[in-house]
Every structure is written in structure tokens, then in C-alpha cells.
Ligand binder design. Structure first.
Ligand SMILES: *Cc1c(COP(=O)(O)O)cnc(C)c1O
Length: 396
């Protein structure tokens, strides 16, 4: 089945009891499940028979979403979690379970993930080494030097939209006996599928494109057989599961993922083209740019004709105050910190995602004071562009 059909049909319409089958998955709010005989429950607790007993272990609504996510990412199994950060924490713990407690991580990653690594995992004795995952030789050297149990990267970096060669890094990680974990929130399974490229675990903040409407906080972990068993075993103990209502909303959101993301990618591409010729714009960062430093990798890994829905641009001669004034002039675009929603969102990295990064470090990362990031929504492109244009020209 093609992706566009999987998003609508996978996971739904289970034949449960006798009689009518609901056409969409019901919300099962029950924390506990029982059977007509104690012997059945005994077999379920003993893993001799499959079935629901307690919602920290499994819940029918969550299970429908998990089957859908596992199908879309072509994994063995999935776990729906309370947030993207919970998904990352469980993924790292599962990846390190039988391996050296060392992680080689991409240096350009989501801010809270850096805190998870440097503050939370490091306090449990996990060692972290950072590397530019767009520099394959540096990755090879770092893996050889560190002998990590886990390699971590994002499929598209924030906010400069760099793309590392997941397939080649997977070969290096596997040769060293390390698990490759990929946060693919920005790409969605429509653009690329990390497990097909050799990763062991793929993680999403479902808060973004998967749920897609700015009304859910959630995460997803999709893994190969071995890692899925470890993720499940962990979550049986620590919980962190997504609630059934949020699972339902996420599943409802995913049904339109293909049409939403196609439109968002189209809008982002048109925005990138318009902004590149705008007098108030110094530079645009977008994956369709033929001069993009990772153009070859993008061509090899992305679904043809699609380049993602995130772009960044530098406003000409703008300092922090001018960027803030520009943001205050926006009327349609939401100046919020998220991405992947049906409405277009604009984020100022210096104020939000990279606030805690020192100015010197930011300079080295290439994140300048005049850089803003746009997550294209599904509105009419003319309205999005008119809003940006008016806000940009307001300062001329
Ligand atoms: C938002 C985000 C996260 C964190 O997800 P939450 O759902 O907010 O916990 C992790 N990684 C990336 C790339 C994100 O954009």
C-alpha cells in the first residue's frame, strides 16, 4: 500500500468483539481491563497470551496509533509517548541498554535534546561527544575514537536545514556495534524513512507534523525488533505513555499527513523562491537550493520533488530589535515556537531555540542575529507571502 493510503488505513478497523466494527478507532479511556476468567488474565500477565491488562503496558487506542506509526516508518513496532522528549529519553536508554554508555551526537540538534544529553543522561554517567554529522570523515574519526554505544542525529537540522547521510552513518555505527537513533521530526516518514536507511530507532515529536494541528503534545518511537523489545520493557516500568485521547487526536491528524505535508512542502518552496528575490532578505536556507552544501545527500535521501516544509532566512541589516519589530508586524503567521501545524509558524532562534547558546557559539554555528525560521502551513501561499512582505517592508 502506498504512503498516502497507509496514513488513512493502517491501525484502524480492528475486528474486536462480535457485531459492528467501528470505522475509526474508539478512545479507550480505561486504565484496567479484565476477562471473564481469572485464568485468562493470568496468562496475559504471564505473557502466554496477548491481551490488554493495564494501560501502562498497552491500550487499544494507543496500539492502533502505534501500528500506524510502525507501518509508516516500516519498523517492527512503535511506542506512543507523552512527548517527543520522553520518546528521546526512552530511545537513548534502550539504545544503551547492553552497550557502552557513550553517545556520539550530532552537534546541531534541538535545544532540549542537548539538555537531555548534557544534564540528564550525563548525570547518570553517560558520556557525550558531539560531531558535525554532515562531515562524514569527522563522524568516522569520532566513532573510532569514542567507541560509542549509540550514535544520534536529526534527519534535518534546525534551523539551517543541513542533512547528514543517514545511510552512510548507519554503516559506520553498525560496524562499531552502536545503535543509530534518528530524530526525524522535521522530515516525517513521507520525506525519508531512517529505518530503511539503516537506523535502529526513529523518534518523532508527534506534536509537530504527525498530529499537525497544534493541539497535541506527544512522541513516537519506532524501532527494529531488538530495540522495540527494549523500549517496551522500559516503558512497562517507567510509563511515559501517551494518553488515549491524545493518541486518538494524533491518529486523526496522521490521516491528513500526506495532503498536509505535500502542501506545506510546496508552500515552503514557493516562499524560498520569493524570499530569495526579496530586497529585505539577505539569504535563504532551504533544501531545494542547488547550492545547498548537502545537495547530493538530499537528492539521494528525500522523496523526489519534496524538500521539507522548513526554511530559514536572514533579514537584511536587522539586529534583535528590528527582528522583534518585524515579528510584531505579522498578522497571519503565528510567531510561535513550534512547527508542523496547519498554520504557518515563525520562530526567532536567538530568542527561542538557541537562546541558551552563547553568542560566540551561535556565530560558529552560523546562526546570526538576523535569522528567522519559518514552518510553512497550508494557507494560500499568496496570503503567507503578503504577510511576510508587509512585515519585512515595514522597516524600510
Ligand atoms: C519539538 C521537538 C522535540 C521535542 O518534542 P516535544 O514533543 O516538544 O517533547 C524533539 N526534537 C525535535 C526535532 C523537535 O522539533
Amino acid at each position: 500500500m502506498k504512503f498516502e493510503s497507509q496514513v488513512i488505513h493502517a491501525g484502524d478497523r480492528k475486528r474486536g468483539g462480535p457485531g459492528a466494527v467501528p470505522s475509526t478507532t474508539p478512545i479507550h479511556l480505561s486504565s484496567t481491563f479484565f476477562y471473564d476468567s481469572a485464568e485468562t488474565l493470568d496468562r496475559i500477565f504471564g505473557h502466554e497470551e496477548e491481551g490488554f491488562s493495564y494501560s501502562r503496558y498497552a491500550n487499544p487506542t494507543n496500539e492502533a496509533l502505534e501500528e500506524l506509526a510502525a507501518t509508516l516508518e516500516n519498523g517492527h513496532g512503535a511506542l506512543a509517548t507523552a512527548s517527543g522528549m520522553t520518546a528521546l529519553q526512552l530511545a537513548f536508554q534502550a539504545a544503551l541498554m547492553d552497550r557502552p554508555h557513550k553517545i556520539v551526537s550530532a552537534s546541531s540538534i534541538y535545544g532540549a535534546t542537548i539538555k537531555l544529553l548534557d544534564q540528564v543522561l550525563a548525570s547518570f554517567g553517560v558520556e557525550i561527544a558531539y560531531v558535525d554529522t554532515c562531515d562524514l570523515e569527522a563522524v568516522e574519526r569520532t566513532i573510532a575514537r569514542e567507541q560509542p554505544g549509540c550514535v544520534f542525529m536529526e534527519s534535518i537540522s534546525n534551523p539551517l536545514v543541513r542533512v547528514g547521510a543517514i545511510d552512510k552513518i548507519a554503516v559506520l555505527a553498525r560496524a562499531a556495534g552502536a545503535s543509530l537513533v534518528v530524530d526525524s521530526t522535521f522530515a516525517t516518514p513521507m520525506l525519508l524513512r531512517p529505518l530503511d536507511l539503516g537506523a535502529h530507532i526513529v523518534v518523532h515529536s508527534a506534536t509537530k507534523y504527525l498530529a499537525g494541528h497544534g493541539d497535541v503534545l506527544g512522541g513516537i518511537i519506532v524501532s527494529d525488533e531488538q530495540h522495540h523489545a527494549q523500549v517496551r520493557a522500559l516503558s512497562r516500568v517507567v510509563g511515559g505513555n501517551l494518553g488515549p485521547f491524545e493518541s486518538y487526536l494524533t491518529m486523526r491528524g496522521i490521516k491528513t499527513l500526506a495532503v498536509r505535508f505535500e502542501r506545506q512542502c510546496q508552500n515552503a518552496r514557493k516562499l524560498a523562491e520569493c524570499l530569495a528575490n526579496h530586497p529585505c532578505v539577505e539569504r535563504v536556507y532551504y533544501c531545494s537550493d542547488p547550492n545547498h552544501p548537502d545537495a547530493r545527500t538530499i537528492q539521494q535521501l528525500f522523496r523526489p520533488g519534496m524538500f521539507g516544509a522548513i526554511l530559514s532566512f536572514e533579514i537584511r541589516d536587522a539586529d534583535r530589535a528590528k527582528v522583534m519589530a518585524f515579528m510584531n508586524r505579522l498578522k497571519l503567521i503565528v510567531p510561535g515556537s513550534s512547527l508542523g501545524d496547519v498554520h504557518t509558524l515563525l520562530l526567532y532562534p536567538v530568542m527561542a531555540s538557541h537562546r541558551d547558546v552563547s553568542p560566540k557559539m551561535r556565530e560558529r554555528m552560523g546562526i546570526r542575529e538576523n535569522l528567522v525560521r519559518v514552518a510553512a502551513g497550508i494557507e494560500a501561499i499568496d496570503d503567507i507571502m503578503a504577510d511576510l512582505d508587509a512585515a519585512l517592508r515595514g522597516s524600510m
